[in-house]
Design a protein around this ligand. Structure first.
Ligand code: ADP
Ligand code: MG
Length: 320
C-alpha cells in the first residue's frame, strides 16, 4: 500500500533526519513507528502526505508515486491527527468534522449523517455534542473529535503523530481501546507515531523501531519482544511487554470522582494491578484506594468494577 524506496531527508541545515529508509506498509495494517525523540519518526510520517518532501528515494501509494498525485487529492485522502488537539476553537464540533467533506462538496444531508455516525462511533452522543464548541469538551473528548475529523471524508490512510501523548493516563487508555475497536470496524491503513513502546505494543500489528534516521527492526510486537535484533532494541523495549496489552488493570475501573471524598478504606492497590486480582480483594473489602506514581487517583469500588465489567461485556457483545 505505502512503499518507501531508499528514502532520505536532509534538512537545509544539513541534519540527516531520515537515512535511506525502505518500508512496505500493508493495506489495512496498524503500523507503528517508534523510537527515541529525534530519530526521524515525524519526518518519515510527514513525507507520506508530502508535508515534507524527501530529498532522495521514492514513496509510492498504491501503484503511483506520491509526486504524481494532485497534492490536494493526496491530502484529502489521507487523514492526519496531531498531538496537540488542533480543533478550530470558534467552530462547533459538527463544523470541525465537516471541514474536509465540505471541501469535497458533500451535500448537507450527507455531512450530517456522517457526523452523527462518527460521533456515535467514538461514544459521543451526537445530540449532545454536535453543537458544542471544543472548549466545552474534555481533552480526551476533543482528541476523539480530532480522530473522527481525520476520518470524516473516509480516507484510505490515517497518519497519527503521537496523538494521545498529551492526554492523562485514563483518557489515553480509553482512547487507545477506542482506536483498536475502531480499526477493527473501519479497516484503514494506519501509520501511528509514538515514543512509548508500551503504546506501540498495544496498538501495532507491526512495529518499526527507528534510531538516528534508520530502521533498526520491523516486526510484530511478539517477535520484537522475543527476538530483539540488538542491544538497542532490548534497551528500548525496557519493561514494556506485548503480553500486557490484553490485561485490563485496576486503572480502567477507577471511580475518579471519589478522590475528594473521605476515604473509608485503609486498603491501597496499585493502578497497574490486573483487575482480576483486585476483584478478589473486592469480595472482602467494598472499596480500595488506587495509587499511581505515589498518588491516590481514586477508589476502586464494587460498584465501579461492576460498571466497568458491564460496559466491557456490552462492548464485547456489540463488537465481537
Ligand atoms: P522525531 O519525530 O522522531 O522526534 P523528527 O523527524 O522530528 O524526529 O526529527 C528528526 C531529526 O531532524 C532531529 O534531529 C530534528 O532535530 C531534525 N529536524 C526536524 N525538523 C527539522 C527542521 N525543520 N530543520 C532542521 N532539522 C530538523
Ligand atoms: Mg516527532
Amino acid at each position: 500500500m505505502i512503499q518507501f524506496n531508499k528514502v532520505s531527508k536532509s534538512y537545509r541545515d544539513g541534519t540527516a533526519a531520515v537515512d535511506s529508509v525502505d518500508l512496505h506498509i500493508r493495506k489495512g495494517e496498524f503500523f507503528v513507528l517508534v523510537g527515541p525523540s529525534g530519530c526521524g519518526k515525524t519526518t518519515t510520517l510527514k513525507m507520506i502526505n508530502r508535508l515534507i518532501d524527501a530529498t532522495d528515494g521514492t514513496i509510492t501509494i498504491g501503484e503511483k508515486k506520491i509526486s504524481e498525485y494532485d497534492i490536494h487529492e493526496l491530502r484529502w485522502n489521507i487523514g492526519y491527527v496531531l498531538q496537540q488537539i488542533a480543533l478550530f476553537p470558534h467552530m462547533t464540533i459538527e463544523e470541525n468534522i465537516a471541514v474536509v467533506p465540505e471541501l469535497k462538496r458533500w451535500s448537507r444531508a450527507q455531512i450530517k449523517k456522517r457526523v452523527d455516525e462518527l460521533l456515535t462511533m467514538v461514544g459521543l452522543d451526537p445530540e449532545t455534542y454536535r453543537g458544542r464548541k471544543p472548549a466545552e469538551l474534555s481533552g480526551g473528548q476533543q482528541q476523539r473529535v480530532g480522530v473522527v475529523r481525520a476520518l470524516a471524508a473516509d480516507p484510505d490512510i490515517l497518519l497519527m503523530d503521537e496523538p494521545f501523548s498529551a492526554l492523562d493516563p485514563v483518557s489515553r487508555e480509553k482512547i487507545q481501546r477506542d482506536i483498536i475497536s475502531l480499526q477493527q470496524r473501519i479497516n484503514k491503513t494506519i501509520v501511528f507515531v509514538t515514543h512509548d513502546m508500551q503504546e506501540a505494543f498495544k496498538l501495532g500489528d507491526r512495529i518499526c523501531l527507528m534510531k538516528d534516521g534508520r530502521i533498526v527492526q520491523i516486526d510484530t510486537p511478539e517477535a520484537l519482544f522475543h527476538r530483539p535484533a540488538d542491544e538497542f532494541v532490548k534497551q528500548f523495549i525496557g519493561t514494556a511487554n506485548p503480553l500486557l496489552k490484553d490485561t485490563v488493570t485496576v486503572e480502567s475501573a477507577v471511580q475518579k470522582q471519589s478522590v475528594s471524598e473521605k476515604f473509608t478504606s485503609s486498603q491501597v492497590i496499585a493502578a497497574g494491578v490486573p483487575l482480576e486480582e483486585a476483584i478478589e480483594q473486592l469480595i472482602q473489602e467494598d472499596r480500595i484506594q488506587v495509587e499511581k506514581d505515589g498518588e491516590i487517583i481514586g477508589l476502586l469500588t464494587r460498584q465501579s468494577a461492576l460498571a466497568y465489567l458491564s460496559e466491557a461485556l456490552k462492548e464485547r457483545r456489540e463488537h465481537g
